[in-house]
Design a protein. Structure first.
Lengths: 156, 414
């Protein structure tokens, strides 16, 4: 295959990402839920709904997502739900900060992957500037849900 | 490939390609295969040269100075208008208004003609597959005037029914604004019958020719449309220049769109007298070098022959369609026949953006997304689609290479 010659492409579409895209975890509507938001990427028409059930002590008991999107946005949403399930809202926000900083950093800069968990597999997207918004859509939707719901869109 | 070879020899695609310096590039070490021509076409050397020469030798403001440069710049600008006039078969040069592009032209008509003529209850007829540029300007004027949008539906299989189109036009219809060629489906709309019906009920017709101008012969007098609009950059010309053709009587009846220089004859603080056509609609210093470039681009098309281009692109699209049809899980959007230069498709289980990213690394430029036609995407219940669109310089080898890369990409992602 000609396209396997491209390391950056192979890094982007590595097996973990393809697996999460083909069989997304925590997929489908969550009932009952305490928080929800809709994310929309106006550039490509992708759309994603996020549902959270947050306990009184601020712990994310469960989180699901639904919607249509590319392999990167589906994998990112799926990985995000795995990473934040069981965390407190405060820890999830901190993870967002860390992830956002890493994924928007210069591709040639080395990134300290500690604390990012499985999310490190998404860092290959740094080589594809037009696709970063695909990887961050789920996270922006998460913030929107935590901050009161509604619709958010990524255009960065 | 034998059938292609005979066509290829007669057409001479190699000499066409050689005129486009940008195509010689090798992104990511691969030959550039540019199949996003419906978004914008590349520019031949003669267009680049014409614009450089304009700036190098005669640039000045038009219709003003008495000096040498201004006279020459004005002559070059007006010569470009004459080329456009002949290219589209307009009755006279005063019917050719230079604008910034298709979008600007439609906004001009919607605001000026629509603002002066539409009343509450009047109908504006559009189709399901219109580009956002031929929807939103009409929505804006509808909101201001109380007119209503009426949409020509597609059949459930995505095909276009002329009967349904004709039924959508009623006694209350004041204007029909429709694409000559759909930028997503490639469908060549049977506009003759639509124009005839519209005129029967006393409505005007605006044809959005953005996707037609480089691919089909256009004769506005034969079509008998009231307005025809297109962009320079989709027909091998520069960005920032477009055309509004309007029948003289209609343009004369319309109020000015923007105020400024060039569109006036005499200004006092009490009253302004407007300039004659077409200058009444050309406020401000126009894009002069761009007009010169557009004129040269249309001459370039004429040097090959629009019928020859149409035939060549027809072969490429047919080849592309046949190759795509062989791939499992690929669905082509829209009709199988009556198409120009465009094939849009969806691949089961694979998102168009992933396809675009992977094919990009093979040097292939294709479009992924909603193609500025979200109502059409909604009709097909999809968020996005992929699109190959060809131009005069594409080859059967490029089509084969692109579809083979697509197959490999689908294997990787599925």
């Amino acid at each position: 295959m000609v396209m396997q010659a491209d390391d950056q492409l192979r890094q982007l579409y590595q097996e973990v990402i393809l697996d999460h895209s083909r069989s997304p975890r925590n997929f489908g509507k969550l009932e009952p839920h305490t928080h929800a938001a809709e994310g929309y990427n106006p550039l490509c028409g992708d759309q994603l709904e996020l549902y959270l059930r947050i306990a009184d002590d601020g712990r994310i008991e469960d989180v699901h997502f639904d919607g249509k999107g590319c392999a990167i946005s589906r994998a990112s949403a799926s990985l995000m739900t795995e990473e934040i399930k069981g965390k407190t809202v405060g820890d999830a926000r901190m993870l967002f900060e860390r992830f956002h900083q890493a994924i928007t950093s210069d591709p040639s800069a080395s990134v300290d992957g500690r604390g990012l968990g499985k999310l490190v597999v998404l860092l290959g997207v740094r080589e594809f500037p037009t696709r970063i918004k695909c990887a961050t859509l789920a996270w922006h939707t998460l913030l929107q849900a935590l901050d009161g719901g509604g619709t958010t869109s990524t255009e960065e | 490939m034998n059938s292609h070879s005979s066509v290829q020899t007669a057409y001479g695609v190699t000499s066409v390609r050689q005129q486009f310096p940008i195509l010689q590039q090798t992104p990511y070490g691969k030959p550039l295969v540019y199949l996003d021509n419906a978004a914008t076409t590349q520019k031949p050397q003669c267009v680049l040269d014409a614009m450089t020469e304009y700036y190098t030798t005669i640039h000045s403001n038009v219709h003003r100075g008495i000096h040498y440069l201004s006279e020459r710049a004005t002559a070059a600008f007006e010569h470009a208008r004459d080329i456009v006039c002949r290219f589209i078969g307009a009755a006279g040069r005063e019917e050719v208004v230079f604008t910034r592009g298709t979008t600007d032209s439609i906004n001009l008509v919607a605001a000026s003609w629509g603002g002066a003529n539409l009343r509450a209850g009047d109908q504006i007829v559009l189709s399901t597959f219109e580009h956002h540029s031929n929807i939103v300007p009409w929505q804006l004027v509808a909101q201001r005037t109380g007119a209503e949008l009426r949409i020509i539906p597609l059949e459930s299989d995505g095909s276009f029914s002329l009967d349904r189109a004709l039924d959508t036009i009623t006694e209350r219809t004041r204007i029909v604004a429709i694409a000559h060629v759909s930028n997503v489906l490639g469908l060549i709309v049977p506009v003759d019958a639509i124009i005839e019906r519209a005129h029967e009920v006393g409505a005007l017709v605006l044809l959005d020719g953005a996707q037609a101008i480089a691919h089909c012969g256009v004769d506005v007098q034969k079509l008998d449309c009231d307005f025809y609009v297109f962009s320079g950059h989709k027909v091998y010309g520069p960005t920032g220049i477009g055309v509004l053709y309007g029948k003289r009587a209609v343009l004369e009846s319309m109020p000015p769109y923007q105020g400024g220089g060039d569109m006036i004859r005499r200004v006092t603080f009490e009253r302004t007298t407007y300039n004659d056509l077409p200058y009444k609609f050309e406020a401000g210093t126009p894009p002069i070098a761009e007009a010169v470039g557009l004129g040269r681009a249309l001459e370039f098309v004429q040097s090959i022959g629009i019928e020859q281009i149409e035939q060549w692109e027809g072969h490429l699209i047919e080849q592309c369609t046949q190759l795509l049809e062989r791939i499992e899980g690929v669905r082509i959007l829209g009709p199988r026949t009556d198409r120009a230069a465009v094939v849009s498709f969806v691949c089961e289980g694979v998102h168009p953006h992933d396809i675009a990213t992977i094919l990009d690394r093979e040097g292939i430029a294709l479009r992924a997304g909603h193609h500025c036609a979200q109502p059409l995407m909604d009709f097909f219940s999809i968020a996005a689609s992929s699109r190959f669109s060809v131009a005069a310089y594409n080859t059967p080898e490029e089509i084969e290479y692109a579809v083979r890369a697509l197959e490999q990409c689908l294997t990787l992602l599925r």
